[in-house]
Design a protein around this ligand. Structure first.
Ligand code: ATP
Length: 264
């Protein structure tokens, strides 16, 4: 059985500075995960237990994975990521054994264990397969057996909270739920500003405000910025101009319409 390894060491660390438009969520995560370490004595004195696990739910591409990585950076914890569908497919060997080995590894040092697409463990109503059922029991067993003083926090993410069984939200499991919304216009502007901060852009202060009017997710904004960089490179420029972003917007639109034709 292979254990699931921490995120590639070569990957540069995500920090709060990289995340736009989610200040409220960042504060909440900070209180749930950092406070229990900083104010350990207070928590003991008042007899309060911080959540062991947190469910991040909301539309795709809104920063759930980023949030988990950034909190790991803040508390200097290992970031261990498991895509539940891969675990079910048996890509890591026998699913329950792989899950047990992952928890064993995660309990050894301060860790953020990120369980992505957690809804997959519950299957669909037609298909709540045997692997899924065994895995659910194993997951609950692991969560219920984390020692009180352990520095392991579980963050799970889903785009489909309706598929999640309430039993996973019992105390000591994922007993806190945080909604991660699509970004508002001002949030999109904040995301854009952070994404382009290392780029050279022509002196036109309206570009970013105008781009922020487009209803895009954080992941789509990332594609837009990357697309604009490609257009600039194609045109042998180091400074990005308004038309680079406009071309990228058009190109991305074309890609998404053609993929929806193929999908249907
Ligand atoms: P999914 O549900 O599809 O797995 P997710 O919610 O986990 O998506 P991420 O993987 O965190 O989303 O986001 C994908 C990419 O989009 C990130 O690597 C980042 O570049 C960008 N992004 C998304 N949201 C934000 C944000 N709030 N601030 C900055 N960048 C963002």
């Amino acid at each position: 059985t292979r254990t699931i390894n921490s995120a590639a060491a070569l990957e540069s660390k995500v920090t709060w500075n990289d995340i736009g438009g989610l200040d409220g969520v960042i504060n909440e995560l900070h209180e749930c995960i950092v406070w229990p370490v900083t104010y350990r004595d207070k928590f003991v004195e008042l007899g309060i237990k911080p959540p062991r696990g947190i469910l991040l739910y909301g539309p795709p591409g809104t920063g759930k994975t980023m949030l988990a990585k950034a909190i790991a950076t803040e508390v200097s914890a290992n970031f261990i990521s498991v895509a539940i569908p891969d675990l079910i497919k048996g890509e890591f060997g026998e699913s329950e054994k792989a899950l047990a080995a992952t928890f064993e590894n995660a309990k050894r040092s301060p860790s953020i264990l990120f369980l992505d697409e957690i809804e997959a463990i519950f299957g669909t109503r037609e298909n709540s397969g045997e692997v899924g059922k065994k895995l659910i029991s194993q997951l609950f067993l692991e969560m219920d057996n984390i020692p009180e003083d352990s520095r392991l926090v579980i963050l799970a993410a889903t785009n489909a909270p309706d598929l999640i069984d309430a039993s996973i939200q019992r105390s000591g499991r994922l007993d806190k739920k945080i909604y991660i919304p699509l970004p508002s216009e001002s949030a999109r502007l904040d995301i854009l500003r952070r994404m382009v901060r290392h780029l050279s852009i022509e002196d036109d202060s309206d570009i970013l405000c105008d781009l922020a009017k487009h209803e895009l997710s954080g992941a789509e904004i990332k594609l837009l910025v990357r697309g604009a960089c490609y257009v600039a490179i194609r045109n042998n420029r180091e400074t990005l101009v308004r038309s680079d972003f406009e071309t990228a917007l058009q190109e991305n639109k074309r890609v998404s319409t053609s993929s929806s034709i193929f999908d249907s």
